[in-house]
Design a protein around this ligand. Structure first.
Ligand code: GLN
Length: 503
């Protein structure tokens, strides 16, 4: 990430003051928490309506909508790789976060202006914007800590709760506004909160001391004409990328070609970045890479949330009422996961603490991530047997499955985020965060393909046949997930040795 201190250089006293914080969390973390919370509201609010919006408003067939969803999400996460790179080299993370946030807001407002007509172009703004915002704000969190500070995991756990608070609110508010008042309201609310997120960051970025200035314009200096042109080039380039992404995202062949190319390119770039690393650093980076590869499969299962599970919620779950408030199944699908994260993340943190020296290492936690997601998908696969004659199943069973899958997420996602900043030398924070999220891009892409494959496309299929087709698919995902968990357990001793993981 930009402006990370080189390990041999003396630490800027302001940075030392940030990192020598007393208590559990640095105060800057709370501001980052709030900015990211609103960004995730915008992101998950949009994610939560994408598939249903495409099927109902754009009249796209379910399997095609699933693939399209996967492509959009894949581009969103792939752009984080570019955003991390450009922050390191050109913009610095302060400018990247603000620029990304503004593009995201512009995207949401664009769609809100005419959802049926401007959906794809607005989505492309969001794709580029998230690329600038998401990896850089996560990287900043890592920079608030000294290398060996064991409060880092707790910091990421808190940050993760912020992510999920935003996701929880966005998942409900956007879907309900869209469903009840009209889809333009869903997108307008996403844009509005994104403006709030940018405002929070802008108003509090001065607390970050020397962190995050453009490497081309050191703090307190005025930009040379060359630096100014390079910055303008990045801004202009990111706007020009929007029509190109529009072309890619709306054409499955181009999306496929892009996904084939981007991974190898990223790996070559990563390998180049490794030059000059010590043996120990290389070993740790190899561990990071293995975790990244496994996470691709985790996300491919987990991100059924936005595709097959969104369709199951729409077509095969009843609207229920709790204390007089009617609960829409898609809101449950969009938000129960986040709610469980917020509720159970502190408990899991406590459990790890209570286990003391028996606390599992990160690789074993990753394995548990797969086992719990397998358990979740096993329960999703049972939805068919709880269905009534109208092929409407049980919201309670569905929510319980989400609980299990969420425990899996908590064993993998925040741990992985924190592990990346532990396993990479600081000068490679941008690239490693980029790779971590690139894995999500692949995961999202495969999630779309998996969901499309699970969809019964027979126009004469009965609702029950459609539900059963999804359930069969969920059962298969559960089996694959167990396989990945076992593979991680087998690899764990070797990886632990390479990472010198003391836990
Ligand atoms: N739910 C997490 C977030 O929004 C993780 C997403 C991911 O990496 N795929 O940040």
């Amino acid at each position: 990430m930009a402006n990370s201190d080189a390990s041999s250089a003396p630490l800027d006293p302001r940075l030392a003051a940030i990192r020598n914080f007393e208590g559990k969390y640095p105060k800057q973390l709370w501001w980052l928490f709030l900015s990211e919370m609103w960004e995730r509201f915008c992101f998950y609010g949009m994610r939560g309506v994408l598939t249903v919006f495409m099927v109902e408003q754009l009249l796209i067939k379910e399997d095609v909508a699933s693939e399209q969803y996967g492509a959009i999400q894949a581009f969103i996460y792939a752009m984080t790789f570019v955003g991390g790179f450009l922050a390191d080299r050109v913009l610095g993370f302060r400018r990247s976060i603000v620029w990304g946030g503004l593009l995201m807001a512009a995207g949401s407002f664009t769609i809100a202006a005419a959802p049926q007509h401007l959906f794809y172009i607005g989505t492309c703004f969001t794709i580029v914007g998230t690329g600038f915002f998401k990896p850089n704000i996560s990287g900043v969190v890592g920079l608030l800590y000294h290398a060996g500070d064991n409060r880092r995991d707790a910091g990421f756990a808190l940050f993760y709760s912020g992510i999920n608070l935003g996701a929880f609110l966005g998942g409900i508010v956007c879907f309900e506004l869209g469903d009840r008042l009209g889809w333009e309201w869903a997108f307008a609310s996403a844009g509005l909160v994104m403006v709030i997120g940018v405002a929070v960051f802008t108003a509090t970025k001065h607390t970050l001391g020397p962190l995050g200035f453009s490497p081309l314009i050191p703090e307190g200096t005025t930009a040379s004409p060359r630096a100014r042109n390079t910055l303008l080039g990045v801004y202009a380039g990111s706007l020009l990328a929007i029509p190109a992404i529009l072309l890619l995202v709306t054409n499955p062949d181009y999306t496929r070609a892009f996904m084939f190319a981007v991974g190898p390119i990223a790996l070559i770039w990563f390998a180049l970045g490794m030059r000059g690393c010590t043996r120990e650093q290389v070993n740790k980076l190899i561990v990071a890479l293995v975790l990244i590869v496994f996470s691709i499969f985790f996300w491919a299962f987990f991100e059924q949330a936005g595709t097959s599970l969104a369709l199951v919620a729409r077509n095969h779950l009843p609207t229920e009422s709790l204390a007089g408030i009617s609960i829409t199944p898609n809101s449950v699908n969009n938000s129960s996961n986040s709610l469980f994260v917020i509720l159970f993340s502190p408990l899991l943190g406590l459990l790890w603490l209570r286990m003391g020296r028996h606390e599992p290492g990160m690789v074993v936690k990753f394995a548990f991530g797969f086992f719990f997601v397998a358990a979740g998908f096993y329960v999703f696969s049972r939805l068919g047997s709880y269905a009534d004659a109208k092929a409407l199943s049980s919201l309670t069973v569905f929510s319980f499955a989400w609980f299990l899958a969420t425990v899996g997420e908590l064993c993998l996602s925040p741990i992985g985020l924190s592990a990346m900043t532990k396993l990479a030398p600081q000068r490679m924070f941008g690239i490693i965060m980029g790779l971590w999220f690139l894995a999500s891009a692949y995961g999202q892409y495969f999630a779309g393909l998996l969901s499309a494959a699970m969809t019964d496309t027979d126009p004469n299929a009965t609702p029950m046949q459609k539900l059963n087709s999804f359930c069969e698919g969920f059962g298969n995902l559960a089996i694959y997930a167990v396989g990945f968990g076992v593979a991680l357990l087998v690899l764990s001793p070797v990886l632990k040795k390479l990472a010198k993981d003391q836990s």
